[in-house]
Ligand binder design. Sequence first.
Ligand code: ADP
Length: 190
Amino acid sequence: MLNIILFGPPGAGKGTQSVKLIEKYGLVHLSTGDIFRANMKGETELGILAKSYIDKGDLVPDEVTIKMLESEVNKQENPKGFIFDGFPRTSAQAVALDQFLSGRGTEISGCVSLIVADDEVRVRLLNRAKDSGRADDADINVINDRIQIYKNETLPIIGHYEKLDRYSAVYGVGEIEEIFKLLTDVIDSL
Ligand code: ADP
């Protein structure tokens, strides 16, 4: 199996590139943000809980997020592999992901980061808010909190994949096609 983590700050382009990558490699796309938003829209119990964190820019608690992701992974019977987009975001999530992939006899093939500077992230998210209607993109204070949480809680996970020699990074600013090429070059070399 080919199991890729697409890593990077909010607004790095993980969603955009994931759509192209799943098409090229025939993978299953698991975006925790998309799954939470679908639940918010459907006003499920999970959605109502998630909304109370997401609108403020906080992370949804690990326990809830890990359980949800594991059940999404287990729904797939014979996948060629997964693209994890927005997961893991904490070291507990990274450890849990290793555990449940190893339970299925597989592992992370690579964690690829999209490098985008904070100022570019702020501009992109405020722009996205115009179309997305996402409350967490419309407020600069919420955006700044998300960037801070990314640095404090999410960035340190890189060490986990570096130790396994499974970490790479590409520059995430430029044409979508150019960035896609950089990503596929990395993935093809895994
Ligand atoms: P972005 O990467 O643009 O911030 P996402 O759609 O990936 O957007 O995530 C939106 C929000 O959903 C996050 O700010 C967070 O509140 C919540 N979320 C998504 N993934 C996770 C996760 N793995 N752990 C905890 N919370 C998450």
